[in-house]
Design a protein around this ligand. Sequence first.
Ligand code: SF4
Length: 363
Amino acid sequence: MKPDVNPSSHASAPFDPQQLSRALLDWYGQAGRDLPWRQTRDPYRIWLSEIMLQQTTVAAVIGYYQRFLENFPTVEHLAAAPQEAVIDLWAGLGYYARARNLHAAAQRVVEDFAGSFPAEIDELMSLPGVGRSTAGAISSLAFERRAPILDGNVRRILCRLFAWQDAPRSSRAEKQLWLWADLLTPGQQVHDYTQAIMDLGATVCTPRSPDCESCPLSSFCQARRQGIEQELPLKPKRKKVPVRTEAALLICRDGSYFVRRRQASGLLGGLWEFPTISVPEGKPPEQQAAQLLRDQGVSGRLKSLGKIEHLYSHFRLELHLFHANLAEPQLVNEESGDWCPADELENLALHGAHKKGLTLLGG
Ligand code: SF4
């Protein structure tokens, strides 16, 4: 897929783009962050860090990045690993589709590119989980190719620099912001420029409180000039999302809990969960939970632990959790799952709502 850029969109700036990139590079020379993936030009390591950093902070990623490299030092090691091993190592980082895509992309690199990451944007974008911005980051950071990026940080900076007072995620915004990102990307030192603009967004031009006083771009910034930097980018209008209700059973035996792995494909694929049942509208969750307990081949007294809510991209989940303490010799249908000691649940690749539900166990 070729990057889609609308040639009719307008790509000029009310300042000299070269002066701006010079100011940013000078600042980066003094204030740039020293991060583990910055000491390499290895595209495998850079790709790994870029995928991990999507939707996650640097502080959360560092330990995972190091553990992944210890377990999978090359793309061949990652490609050869079972998908479950990749998902289990990803446990706690969230957005598990990234782990599945990571594994699938490693296999593509080995099979289609003989184990060497491509440098071209469209070839990089053919890998699962690699969008245009991630492709731009890999191409510029690993191969020193002139390629713009437009991640969340850069999107915010551009909205402020150019005082973009429209929705920041519309298709119109998408085209215009990519043109501006391209306009500002210099022909030289593109590796440093990419790192610099990421750092500026993470440390200076932050979402809630941009530090314009110490910003190297303040003399170029149109939002700052108009005093509207706090208001940009405009917040997207909240959409009403449908609600799903489920009941989950925390079945306990000898201090361990019964968990099962979800199917590899589909929503939250490959993650662990407690046995779960959908609760149709109007039905009491307790009734469904009791049915689910019978489905597991056991009877017992259920204790309600409470309810948690978890927001997914296209629905909100209301999850009712119930505790069921099994007395010997009762057994659930163990073929479909496994027993996990209570103190290891935190480290298990449980899906987000169920992980959140663990907080109710302590009470
Ligand atoms: S001047 Fe302020 S709003 Fe503008 S880019 Fe710098 S930190 Fe962001």
